[in-house]
Design a protein around this ligand. Sequence first.
Ligand code: SAH
Ligand code: SF4
Length: 413
Amino acid sequence: MSQKIKDVKKSCGPESKALFGMLPDELGGLMAELGQKGYRATQIAEALYRQRVTGLDGMTALPATLRGQLEAAGYSVGLPEIVQTARSGDGTERYLIRLADGETVETVWMPDGDGGERGDGSEASLEEEVAEGLEGNASEFGEQRRDLRNLGALEQSGYSRATICISSQVGCAVNCQFCLTAKLGIKRNLTAGEIAGQVAAALNRHGVKIGKDRINLVFMGMGEPFLNYDEFIRSVHLLVRSIGIPESRMTVSTSGIEPSIRKFAHEPLRPKLALSLNASNDVVREQIMPITRKWKIGDLLDAVRTLPLGKREWVTFEYVLLGGVNDQPEHAREVLELLKGMKAKVNLIVWNPGPGIAYTQPKPEDVAVFQKMLIDGGMPTYIRRPRGRDIYAACGQLKRTVSEEQPQLVEIR
Ligand code: SAH
Ligand code: SF4
């Protein structure tokens, strides 16, 4: 267990106010309140978001008197804390993260890219790999990325390439019938600091240097980011402007909250969009995603069409394949019809099973036919490689798993 992680423990408590999560101008306001000069806010932001200190005593640029003043005013760094870690055979790590009020969420670290988990499989990313002189990029369909299974070697090399999957809510209200997170119901929204804090905690654990190491983010963990829209957008600002991860390396996935998609289209700073389509018509979608009663596929696609896409930007449509439900050739034909003329790609996700969910996985031959039909119809289509399925870290498997359910627990604190 690293010293850094121990330090986190000291720095958060339910009674304290978190500095982590405050935007630079808010820190400026706080310094003014405390009778301090404005440049102290810059120093605090630097310590919080660039150095990612875990306690006030790590803010060495500040005089001890100011640190004391902050403490006396009830402030702490307030980074969420990794309290449990499970590591999969494929190198994926799942973290149980505890928030200041004792609630927990899960965050997933996927080394070696994501095999499409981030939902874009973009050409841009391949070009970047070549530019960075890395060997072995994606196979024809972005599935087989460079194999760096030996995480120990990866850590020692001092170079990290990973995708972090972060949660936006404690639980989820959307109630998709195939998803384990849905079983939790909704407990509460996360704050922007708690969303970005998951990233900082994972980066600290792996000693990542922003600027040198290559990190992608996917808002695809627990919760529906577009039902926690303001805090989600605020976290994007923190992550881009303060922590230093470009928005081009981020993808947000939504089950389809139409008004939020329309708002999102006007954001000056926004990740790429992935829409969880998951069905080829409203009848099937309503069965598996009851939220379809509120917003029909056509409404969602109209909203998606308002996105001003960059040159290298596509909208990703995620499609969870459920055996016998939405995985047949007629469904593939309907998907092609729906997405005709859109600058889009499709990520097929083989359904990850979970206890108490009565679906079956699709047959491999059905998956292959489905993908081929879409590709033959002109739609770039990828099959997402499941990551960390053995530790319940794959899509739709995040549910704050308690220890006895964890098949391969490597570290409990
Ligand atoms: N709430 C957002 C983001 C989190 S879910 C959304 O629904 O888009 C991330 C992805 O996991 C979604 O595309 C969802 O359809 C998919 N998913 C959920 N449960 C799954 C499961 N059991 N197996 C495979 N994919 C699943
Ligand atoms: Fe919520 Fe996404 Fe799961 Fe649906 S798939 S219940 S929106 S987390």
